[in-house]
Design a protein around this ligand. Structure first.
Ligand SMILES: [Zn+2]
Ligand SMILES: [Zn+2]
Length: 255
């Protein structure tokens, strides 16, 4: 399984794209960045988008992707998947014919370019041969972490945005993980703000990793605020783990 990091930043400044992880060119985990990183042909290959939650930094690429597809006027559709509550927020507040057109009716209701499919944390789903599981994490709005098991049987977990959490780790603990992509948004001195807003610091991350029965061979950090990058880098280094790395945009993770 090959994961291309289209973006891994906690906010948008030049050279730092919002979170999006492209699995084998066809499944996207979060969609903060699409059109800024992928050519039209590469965008065309995406079939499924797994959304962690409805915050703009994780969905920003979707409206423009749909627009790019419709403009080409060929038959192609995108299925956006997440928990029912997240999809309902997207329908109500974004694809509502006000902020952006309702692409579930475009070009027509019968063959729309956008489809929504809810995922239930109690059941795994099969997407083109990938096994996908989701579970609730702790954020300021309904949010889910994902576990994707590739066609080669290798499993990757992605937390999306989360503060200290439990259910997700229970699910992860039953699975032999190759790598974990987890957020660290703030420096340690802002742990109060991190917890209040449903995010992690390096020292909160350490406590989260203790909830894992087995540490995956690689832990990747995403969602660091570029403004705090220097401090976060230092504090992650001070954790003294040698299997941890702060992600950079365009990195390719192979498992
Ligand atoms: Zn968020
Ligand atoms: Zn975010």
């Amino acid at each position: 399984m090959r994961i291309r990091v289209l973006g891994s930043s906690g906010s948008e400044v030049p050279g730092h794209n919002l979170p999006a992880f492209l699995i084998d060119d066809e499944i996207l985990m979060d969609a903060g960045t699409i059109g800024l990183s992928l050519t039209n042909d590469q965008q065309w290959k995406i079939n499924y988008i797994l959304i962690s939650h409805s915050h703009l930094d994780h969905i920003k690429g979707i409206p423009f992707l749909l627009d790019n597809i419709v403009i080409r006027n060929k038959k192609h559709d995108i299925t956006v998947m997440s928990g029912k509550d997240v999809l309902s927020d997207l329908k109500k507040n974004v694809m509502n014919d006000r902020i952006w057109p309702d692409f579930t009716k475009i070009p027509n209701k019968k063959n729309p370019v956008l489809k929504f499919k809810a995922i239930n944390p109690n059941r795994s789903v099969n997407i083109n041969g990938y096994k996908v599981l989701c579970e609730k994490v702790t954020h300021s709005v309904p949010a889910y972490g994902y576990i994707v098991v590739g066609k080669n049987g290798k499993a990757v977990a992605y937390t999306g945005d989360t503060g200290p959490t439990d259910l997700f780790w229970k699910k992860v603990n039953g699975i032999d993980l190759c790598c974990l992509i987890i957020e660290v948004s703030f420096p340690n001195r802002q742990s109060k703000l991190a917890i209040a807003s449903g995010h992690l610091t390096a020292s909160l991350l350490k406590k989260e990793l203790k909830k894992l029965e087995t540490l995956p061979s690689k832990v990747y950090i995403t969602h660091a605020k570029p403004q705090f990058m220097k401090d976060i880098k230092k504090e992650v280094k001070e954790l003294g783990m040698n299997n941890i790395e702060i992600l950079q945009d365009n990195k390719i993770i192979t498992v």
